[in-house]
Design a protein around this ligand. Structure first.
Ligand SMILES: Cc1cc2nc3c(=O)[nH]c(=O)nc-3n(C[C@H](O)[C@H](O)[C@H](O)COP(=O)(O)OP(=O)(O)OC[C@H]3O[C@@H](n4cnc5c(N)ncnc54)[C@H](O)[C@@H]3O)c2cc1C
Length: 512
């Protein structure tokens, strides 16, 4: 049942007022509530959605046969466009909302985005057409009560604002160019039935009517809500999360349209409930007079904090003027939101399950990106070439076993190691002073500022080499010895061993 905005009038008054001015405020409210179901699902028994073939209902009639069936219609479009256009595969994509419509916009550098033309998905001019703004510079800054925080500036990092829907619409055109491709909206994944030589995907339309599609491989790109990821990872699909909300708006006073504010904390941790949280803002100029602001925090997936997007949105609208002041002509064009997933691997290599026989997970469903800097979009762009070429080879060789498919992944040892640093940014009022995260991060900014520009670019572009991270950590420990004791609070024995294993895995991969 759809919820009306009136339901939140008294519980979330700032959100209510802001969304009431939007033509589609109610639709967004319901989408946010759908995403917030994630928190309840973590506490419920795991739903079994991967089923053996013999459990397929006798009345099931196959409505279509494909090489690849994609569940979820966001990043899947980039992958499917290459599989259909370059590799000639017959693809089908379905989404329970509208495929190719995202609830976010993306930032990346142009050099990275050009991977899409290198792989033949877009022309270079198409790549440029989805970049709606380029900035001269960007900065990162963490609050200090005396106002003496280090502002770390950097160039060519996340300096292009991409119109996500325009990029996805272009990818959709490429997917649909071959007559054999199919795309369905308002179609939900129900379950799948594994057979030795194929898989059958059961979906349902908005009226609850079931349909069955046969495929060589089911590609799960259902994002953080993926029930397949939930089953394969036995109810623990993420170790950490980064709830994020914001708007694309115009009419702020005094915004700098040439500069990206990559990370900006403006106060100590909010300790009003649970374990507390260190809120962080981001500000990115977008198309024309539009400006994107985000508010987010890092947390453990199972912390006692209220991590709902609904209440984060209330905080966002209540405190936005402390970050950027809305002027007289302030207008929200669209809200942006989502739960950014993270997974810390307890091993020398990937430990998260990302495949099963005839099933492969990509994007947020696979949760292999780092939430620290780039997230799933950057990871997909970086890895698209091998994620498509390797899956095409698997199809040609008819090798769709779990063992083989799980080798086709966006796992990057450096990204996995760096993701551990997020644990230092998860505030805990039991062990941390209110300004702990800011103090630590301010020291990291000072260390990076003393090193050549390349270090900060590498860190914020997920390109760090092991010797570069070692240099940063040694310098940090020298300047701020407290970090050594803090590591015990933040990582504990298991986390410290896990981090060490990740680093060893990274070192081994660097010499291979
Ligand atoms: C506010 C925000 C800003 C971001 N900015 C950046 C950035 O600047 N750079 C970057 O690299 N990354 C960024 N990210 C991360 C990036 O947006 C995600 O990694 C990316 O969208 C993941 O895409 P996905 O296709 O895997 O999942 P999603 O985008 O979550 O898409 C999943 C799709 O699956 C559908 N679906 C879910 N369940 C079902 C079901 N049962 N049946 C059918 N369909 C289903 C959903 O409707 C949805 O369309 C940002 C994220 C947020 C929240």
């Amino acid at each position: 049942m759809l919820l009306s905005l009136n339901h939140i009038q008294f519980t979330h008054p700032h959100l209510y007022r802001a969304f009431s001015k939007l033509a589609d405020g109610e639709r967004h409210l319901n989408h946010i509530i759908e995403l917030d179901r994630y928190w309840d699902r973590l506490k419920q028994p795991v739903q079994q959605v991967i089923l053996p073939g013999e459990r397929m209902p006798k009345e099931a009639r196959i409505s279509g046969e494909y090489d690849l069936v994609y569940a979820g219609g966001t990043l899947s479009l980039l992958h499917a466009a290459v599989m259909a256009g370059k590799h000639g595969r017959k693809v089908m994509i379905f989404d329970r909302q509208t495929p190719a419509k995202s609830t976010r916009d993306w930032n990346i550098s142009r050099k990275e985005l050009l991977n899409l033309s290198a792989i033949g998905l877009l022309t270079e001019s198409e790549v440029d057409s989805v970049i709606v703004r380029r900035y001269k510079t960007g900065w990162v800054e963490f609050y200090q009560p005396d106002g003496h925080q280090k502002r770390l500036t950097m160039e060519n990092v996340l300096d292009c604002a991409v119109d996500a829907d325009k990029l996805l619409a272009l990818a959709k055109e490429k997917v649909m160019a071959p007559a054999s491709s199919t795309l369905f909206a308002a179609t939900s994944f129900t379950c799948c039935y594994q057979f030795d030589d194929h898989i059958v995907v059961q979906v349902e339309d908005r009226q609850g009517n079931p349909f069955w599609y046969k495929a060589n491989v089911l590609v799960d790109v259902m994002g953080i809500l993926s029930p397949i990821a939930m089953q394969l990872n036995e109810g623990f699909p993420q170790t950490h999360v980064c709830p994020t909300v914001g708007t694309i708006a115009s009419g702020f006073e005094n915004v700098d349209f040439d500069t990206g504010e990559i990370l900006a904390s403006i106060g100590p941790a909010d300790t009003s409930s649970g374990k507390g949280r260190q809120l962080i803002w981001e500000g990115f100029p977008a198309k024309g007079q539009q400006y994107i602001t985000y508010l987010f925090f890092y947390d453990e997936a199972d912390s006692p904090n209220d991590k709902s997007l609904l209440s984060l949105f209330e905080t966002y609208f209540r405190t936005l003027p402390e970050y950027k002041k809305p002027g007289a002509g302030f207008m929200i064009h669209r809200p942006v939101y989502g739960i950014i997933p993270a997974y810390c691997h307890d091993g020398f290599n990937r430990t998260r399950e990302i495949a099963d026989n005839r099933i492969i997970l990509f994007g947020d469903a696979a949760s292999l990106a780092s939430p620290l800097t780039f997230c799933g979009f950057g990871s997909m762009v970086r890895n698209l070439h091998h994620l498509t070429a390797d899956l095409d080879r698997a199809l040609s060789e008819n090798n769709m076993s779990k063992k083989h498919l799980e080798q086709i992944s966006a796992y990057e040892p450096n990204v996995a190691s760096m993701a551990n640093l997020m644990k230092y940014m998860c505030f805990n009022s039991a062990t941390d002073e209110p300004n702990f995260v800011n103090d630590l991060m301010n020291e990291v900014m000072i260390v990076l500022d003393d090193l050549p520009q390349h270090y900060r670019q590498a860190m914020f572009r997920d390109e760090m080499k092991i010797e570069e991270l070692a240099m940063v950590m040694l310098r940090l420990a020298w300047r701020y010895p407290k970090v050594l004791a803090v590591s015990w609070d933040k990582l504990g024995l298991q986390g410290s061993v896990g981090f060490f294993k990740n680093i060893v895995g990274w070192a081994i991969s660097s010499v291979k």
